[in-house]
Design a protein around this ligand. Sequence first.
Ligand SMILES: [Zn+2]
Ligand SMILES: [Zn+2]
Length: 197
Amino acid sequence: MARQHSRTAHGRLTAPLAIDIARLGRRPGAMFTVQDTVDSPTRIGVELIAIQRGAPLALDLRVESVSEGVLVTGTVTAPTTGECSRCLTAIQGRVQVALTELFAYPGSTTAATTEEDEVGHVVDEKIDLEQSIIDAVGLELPFSPVCRPDCPGLCPQCGVVLDTDPDHHHDQIDPRWAKLADIVTAQRPDAADRGER
Ligand SMILES: [Zn+2]
Ligand SMILES: [Zn+2]
């Protein structure tokens, strides 16, 4: 299965990250740049953090004809949202990925000698960047994002967000002594006073 866009007319027409490269005319060295912002057609990222569908993808790309195909280099930048893997607080950030992707011309040696999913392909004078961006962003985003590097996370005993309660702690009592601790507490006069109120 090719990793590129669908070859149906519908897929081509609606692919928002497809670039028409007809103007390069297969002349090696011909190039143009793309500086554009498009809505992300899909959620792009990993489980806990991603570029949300509809978020602005800022493209700053150079599209250049080389002998075997079209070389795309540049950056894609977009806002991200997700949640801290330690304290589950919502987090917002920004991701920038560098793209370097060759799209082989149909009939080129590269197209003939590589597996379909190893390089992109020029299809009907268009290249579709969606899969390249999905792959690059997936590598860039952390699988365990944090709201800040020293986020203390949640209390392992009661689940409170430790950041909101820096003095939070539980008195650690060995379960074998817990019963004795109860007795000692009950026998302390001040504890008894409190109990009467
Ligand atoms: Zn956190
Ligand atoms: Zn706690």
